[in-house]
Each structure stands twice: as structure tokens, then as C-alpha cells.
Design a binder for this molecule. Sequence first.
Ligand code: AMP
Length: 282
Amino acid sequence: MQIFQTTTELNKVLKDHRSNGSFIGFVPTMGALHRGHMALIREAKSKCGLVVCSIFVNPTQFNDVDDLKNYPSRLEEDVELLEGEECDYLFYPSVDDVYPHGTDYNLDFDLGYLDETMEGKFRPGHFLGVAQVMHSLLKLVNPTHLFMGMKDFQQVAVVQKLIDDLLLNVEMVPCDTVREADGLAMSSRNLRLDPEMRKKAAVLFETLQMAKIWILKFTSEQVSQMAIEKIRQKGLKPEYFELVDPKTLLPICNVNKPMKVVACVAAYAGAVRLIDNMVLKA
Ligand code: AMP
């Protein structure tokens, strides 16, 4: 695997691949890689002739300074994992490379309702930071395919909107969530859970599964309340548990209507904020 720290170097090699028409798969990450990231690399390898992974801890998407400060970094292990999956290129840019005009430069992009609900509501400014970094990275890497995890369900919707609204020439490939044996969605932030909280955190997956049964008997409001209560009883601090339409992310009022339902949840396990989601009705 070749490692590139600057755009100039990366672009020199990508130019040849682009001109011979091969698919370029891109997997943007913030590092501290785990099996969830590796599944994206594998999916990208299966579809594209060349796979670029980026590791960049994007300062503009952190609405909490401590979260940014404590974000885990393990470059050596990351490189080993990527080499194990035969990832072709690692792009490891600096803040100046990604934001040549400074991090204050604001992408003029309206996220609309996506920025007002769930993650948008509880993490003000987060998705504008995501849109900003993805706009910049997509310009720098110029891939044909973009691989992102459904674990960050709302993020996929935000980036898809960015692609659609700005007419970016890239195909989004959403990938399934990879979980630990007890169901906890894999996340770089799991490294910061103490052993007790790590055990308790499985309640998010358990609750999402219970919700699949609850929607057969209860209203969406009741399901949300029961879920919040179950998570709270376990010692986590839930922020939201919402049943939404996967296309619009609008809340589902009547779960009996024949439509798709996705449940999305965010909760603090100690100081660590975790998110997860599950399709309750396909
Ligand atoms: P991150 O490094 O957390 O920014 O994640 C980089 C990419 O990996 C994003 O597209 C995430 O949605 C995806 N990802 C993170 N965790 C998982 C997981 N457990 N399963 C599948 N994809 C994941």
C-alpha cells in the first residue's frame, strides 16, 4: 500500500487510473480502524479496480472540543489493517491540505431538515462540517464510487444530498453495519468505554431489536418512550430514540402504515456518545 500525505502526490498517481477509465473506490475514515471500516474496504475492493482510504480527523465536524481531543489515533495499527485488506492507497492529509483556505471557509450548502433532526439537532454544526470535509475530499480524490457505513445512517443521507444537490459525479455505496458479538455497533469510540460501560452499551442493540416487536403492538410514541426507558434503566443517558422514514428522515406517526421504518438512537455511555440504527420494517 502506498501512503500519500499530500494531494499533489496522490493526484499524480490517480491521474493515470482515471485516464484508463478504471473505477476508483473511496473509503473516507477518521482512523482507529476496526472491522466495520475493513468491511467497507472489502466492498470497495470487490467493486473497484483501485481503492483509496483516507484517514483524516476532521476538526470542523466536532461540536464538542473534548470529543476531538480524545479521538483515538493508531496510525501504525491502521496501516497494518489496511495492508491486510490489500487497500491500494492511504491518503493521510494535513488540515492545510484538506482546507487550503482555512477551516473557517464555509460551504454554502443548505442541509434543510437533515440538519434539524436527530444528530443535526443534538450536534449543531456537525453535518455542515461533514458536508464541508466530504466536499473537499471528493474534490481531492475524485473517486467513481464512495463507500460509507449505514451505522452513520443520517450521515449517508447528508452526503447523498451533497452529491445530488452539487451534481457530483460519484456513486454512493451504503454498507451494512458491522457489530460486536453482543450486537454493539463497532465504532472507534468504543475504545474509550470502560469495561462496565462496554457491557452495558449492548442495550442499544437489544432495544433496537425489541422495537421491532414493540411496533406490532404500540404507537411510535410509545415505542420511543419504552426504548428510552430501557436504555436509561441500564445506566446510559439516551438523547433520542426516533422512528423515521429512511428517505426523508421525517418522524413516523403511524407505524401501521405500509411504509419503511428505521429506528435511530443516540445515547451517552459514560462520557462516550454512541449512535446506532436498525430497519424495523422493510
Ligand atoms: P469514521 O472513521 O467513524 O468516520 O467512519 C468511517 C466510515 O466507516 C463511515 O462511513 C462509517 O459509517 C463507517 N463505519 C463506522 N463504523 C462502522 C460499522 N460498525 N459498520 C460499518 N461501517 C462503519
